[in-house]
Design a protein around this ligand. Structure first.
Ligand SMILES: C[S@@+](CC[C@H](N)C(=O)[O-])C[C@H]1O[C@@H](n2cnc3c(N)ncnc32)[C@H](O)[C@@H]1O
Length: 257
């Protein structure tokens, strides 16, 4: 089967992003409100002194936010883009994080971490088969009783968002060319087969996305373009996450003790 994109496409994309955005929080995501909410949703799943691995850390923006919140956390982070890791090392001059170049498809740690997390990384793998390999490697890397915090894109949220947009006469937002969103029931079932139960789900961006991607474009005067810098988005970003109207969400999987 022909895949939607190749590994080379992904490597080229993130080499360009690394050159364009350097150490900025806008690297890999233009919308800083999304970025802030993403980190806010992650932090309650971590604890001081835990041993943590971040998969596909990009330029290390989130990694350094985690370190700021939990100064004594033991955190390692990797990405397969050398340019992203060069940027990440600039954010960590004292080498408190062990940043390294690595491929999640080759991750071979065993029972090493209390928590592994990923933010919009596994969705960039070219197929569900590769995604299953990555999930298997992540689960193997967890200690018994450890947790995988999966902040990735799921089709259900995008479909719900587009159904709401359709009701208001708005065009659907397509899945980006470089994403391969997850089927939620299939993901949960696969993780169960690896001995992991889904213990928590958080559609943390649902309120913000419903506001910024459904209400705001519908409210705009005819012909005016939606800007993510809109003041209305300050309000939408503060909304509670009702419903399931954003592809990105957080699933917590706990490995059997
Ligand atoms: C959307 S970006 C997110 C980066 C980071 N998590 C962030 O929040 O900015 C996806 C990242 O996954 C990395 N990536 C893609 N495939 C990978 C793989 N097989 N192994 C490790 N990293 C990978 C890319 O290089 C890119 O930096």
């Amino acid at each position: 089967m022909t895949e939607k994109f190749t590994v080379d496409d992904i490597q080229k994309l993130y080499a360009e992003q690394a050159a364009m955005h350097g150490t900025s929080g806008t690297s890999t995501i233009q919308d800083m409100r999304t970025r802030v909410l993403e980190v806010k949703a992650l932090l309650p799943h971590l604890r001081p002194a835990m041993s943590v691995l971040e998969v596909g850390c990009g330029n290390g923006y989130t990694t350094t936010q985690v370190l700021a919140a939990y100064p004594d956390i033991r955190i390692k982070a990797f990405d397969f883009s050398p340019a992203m890791i060069d940027n990440a090392k600039k954010l960590d001059p004292d080498n408190r994080v062990g940043f390294f170049v690595g491929d999640v498809l080759k991750l071979d740690d065993t029972q090493a971490y209390d928590v592994v997390f990923s933010q919009r990384c596994i969705q960039n793998l070219v197929s569900w088969d590769d995604q299953k390999v990555a999930l298997g490697n992540i689960v193997r890397a967890l200690k018994p009783g450890g947790a995988y915090i999966m902040q990735e894109g799921f089709s259900t949220g995008l479909n719900n968002l587009n159904e709401a947009r359709d009701e208001l006469g708005l065009e659907p937002i397509p899945e980006s060319w470089h994403n391969h969103f997850f089927d939620e029931p299939a993901t949960i079932e696969f993780m169960l087969s690896l001995g992991c139960a889904c213990t928590f789900q958080d559609a943390f961006l649902s309120g913000y996305y419903f506001g910024s991607r459904v209400l705001l474009p519908a409210l705009m005067p005819k012909g005016a373009k939606v800007k993510s810098s809109s003041r209305l988005n300050d309000y939408f970003a503060a909304l509670p996450p009702a419903g399931d109207f954003c592809p990105m969400k957080l699933l917590r999987f706990e490995k059997r003790a």
